[in-house]
Design a protein around this ligand. Structure first.
Ligand SMILES: [Zn+2]
Length: 167
């Protein structure tokens, strides 16, 4: 390994730490308070990066502001994975908790065609093929026909949406 590579590693590491401090200051400062969560998130970032064929340092994981998991008092915020492209588009994924391999499966968040809420689950993604199939759908599939089960009742919908969580 050349010294240039090592220098680049330091530079990339510092860049990622700074991005976390800016985007998710509280979560980052308190990341070692729940070591199992930070460890799980870090390995899930590596999985997502591998699944999409992108560098892990382009993915930022933070507390999901809309989805919490668990029972009663033990409710904890979910994971929200964000990937910012050079063009300014921001991809958002949450974990897919239904699969055989919970640490290898995600739900792409996108706009609801009914209430236009910006971040509801629109596609189940385990790899590039799933993402591509969502971005370039076959003509006979459209609208919510291909949305994952989690689309219905997701807390990201506006309250007037027919797919909003029912009390
Ligand atoms: Zn909606």
């Amino acid at each position: 390994m050349t010294s240039t590579t090592v220098n680049a590693l330091a530079e990339r590491a510092v860049t990622v730490a700074r991005r976390y401090r800016e985007a998710a200051p509280r979560e980052f400062a308190e990341r070692h308070a729940v070591p199992s969560r930070w460890s799980r998130r870090t390995s899930s970032v590596a999985n997502l990066a591998s699944a999409l064929g992108i560098p892990a340092d382009t993915i930022l994981v933070r507390d999901d502001p809309q989805r919490r998991y668990g029972i009663d008092a033990s409710l904890t915020p979910g994971d929200l994975y964000e990937i910012a492209s050079d063009s300014g588009h921001r991809w958002q994924f949450i974990p897919d908790l239904t699969g055989f391999t919970p640490s290898w499966g995600w739900l792409l968040l996108g706009a609801c065609p009914h209430c236009e809420a910006p971040s509801v689950p629109v596609a189940r993604v385990a790899g590039l093929a799933d993402l591509g199939a969502h971005l370039d759908p076959e003509s006979e599939h459209h609208g919510t026909d291909t949305a994952p089960l989690e689309f219905d009742g997701d807390p990201g919908h506006h309250s007037h949406c027919p797919y909003a969580t029912r009390a």
